[in-house]
Design a protein around this ligand. Structure first.
Ligand code: ASP
Ligand code: MG
Length: 404
């Protein structure tokens, strides 16, 4: 008999029938002799709708009040699910984030979990042998105020709970069958992975694959939580996320991801002297603008170009900032291109396989796609391309690695 944490996302609990389906999955697991703690998201688009409602009343509402509001979505899905389980005749209790012991810092709307005090849950499991349903995405701070963990935060709630309870398994139920080698919605031949490493999953999650919340993967890696991503609809086995995977040697890469939230800025004709890069990137850093790929051209006599990428949402602010300091930095102009995407390949198998990057570039060459920038790390290679080429590029790379 084990302890299993199961998390169900918004689509999985969107309607009455779906809540009843989730109640069945939970009680099936319970009937097999497991202790079950389930973490639920708000139903469907509830969180977005609550945000809209708030905007109508006060577009500048304080983040404390926003958290008070948004946390209610999860209370609805959890109490309804508990009722569905009651109706099936099983012992069950639903708990809010604070009842479940989630203590967070005070960054309203983006709070970090400091600790999960599991006494209440533990006693529900031990004394009452209850199924426990917990609201995802929320906790309380030291002032006893409700906080939320940031959009998509229920994954992180589930993993934190699995770590604190030392659960045997944390299952993330969603609307896809698991983690794929590429987005199956537009990539022909995309396959579901049986297993993937934490590091690969982390890269994929931050590179645009939207199956798991970044922070939840970081936490799972840190606390060695056995994770599994699976569909609440299909009943098929999902993808296991773990430290080392058996099949690692077989494939050079695990997946191809596309990130559209990118823009490229180029500082043209910057003076070629020490300290310029330092000044440019400190300015951006002070405004919390994260820079990703950086490319500095060779000097042409006195000047050179520096180009780099930022998140697309940050591009205008970055440009304004640089223009404000134009005379101090001494460049000719700033070019901004928002019609670019970052396409990346990720794979732990890349470490000891020479030629993986070349293979990716070869696929792009065969498809006649031009690369603007390149960056590499131990387990990934990213290229910056024109947005118009993105899907074709992902397909070409995917076919090269997975079909040849
Ligand atoms: N309901 C929250 C959101 O939509 C949390 C979650 O779904 O994980 O962002
Ligand atoms: Mg949601």
């Amino acid at each position: 008999m084990g302890l299993i944490v199961q998390k169900f996302g918004g689509t999985s609990v969107a309607t009455t029938e779906r809540i009843q389906n989730v109640a069945r999955i939970i009680t099936e697991t319970y009937k097999q002799g497991n202790n079950v703690v389930a973490v639920l998201s708000a139903q469907g688009d509830t969180t977005d709708e609550l945000i809209e409602k708030a905007k109508e009343i006060n577009p500048k509402a304080s983040r404390r009040e926003m958290d008070m509001l948004l946390s209610t979505g999860e209370q609805i899905s959890c109490s309804l699910c508990a009722m569905a389980i009651e109706a099936l005749g099983f012992p069950v209790v639903s708990l809010t984030g604070w009842q479940a012991g989630f203590q967070t810092n005070s960054s309203y709307s983006n709070a970090r979990i400091k600790k999960v005090r599991t006494e209440r849950i533990q006693s529900e499991l031990d004394r009452n042998h209850s199924i426990v349903i917990v609201t995802g995405f929320q906790g309380i701070n030291k002032f006893d105020d409700i906080t939320t963990l940031g959009r998509g935060g229920s994954d992180t709630s589930a993993v934190a709970l699995a770590a604190a309870l030392k659960a045997d398994l944390c299952q993330i139920y969603t609307d896809v069958d698991g983690v794929y080698t590429a987005d199956p919605r537009y990539v022909k031949g995309a396959k579901k992975l049986d297993e993937i490493t934490f590091d690969e999953m982390l890269e994929l999650a931050s590179l645009g694959a939207q199956v798991l919340h970044n922070r939840s993967v970081e936490m799972a890696k840190k606390y060695r939580v056995n994770l599994e991503v699976l569909s609440s609809f299909s009943g098929k086995p999902g993808t296991k996320v773990k430290e080392v995977v058996k099949t690692m040697e077989k494939t050079q890469i695990s997946g191809v991801a596309k990130d559209k939230n990118v823009a490229r800025l180029a500082l043209v004709n910057v003076e070629d002297k020490p300290g310029i890069a330092y000044q440019v990137f400190s300015l951006l850093g002070q405004k919390n603008i994260n820079v990703d790929i950086i490319l500095q051209s060779m000097g042409r006599g006195e000047s050179q170009d520096i180009s780099f990428t930022v998140k697309r949402d940050d591009a205008d602010q970055a440009m304004e900032l640089l223009l404000e300091h134009k005379s101090a930095l001494g460049f000719e102009r700033v070019d901004v291109n928002k019609e670019v995407v970052k396409v990346s390949i990720v794979g732990a198998g890349m470490l000891d396989n020479a030629g993986v990057a070349a293979k990716m570039f070869g696929a792009l060459y065969d498809a006649d796609i031009n690369i603007h920038m390149i960056s590499t790390s131990e387990i990934k290679v990213s290229v910056l391309l024109d947005e118009a080429d993105a899907n074709q590029a992902v397909q070409a790379i995917h076919s090269k690695f997975f079909e040849e």
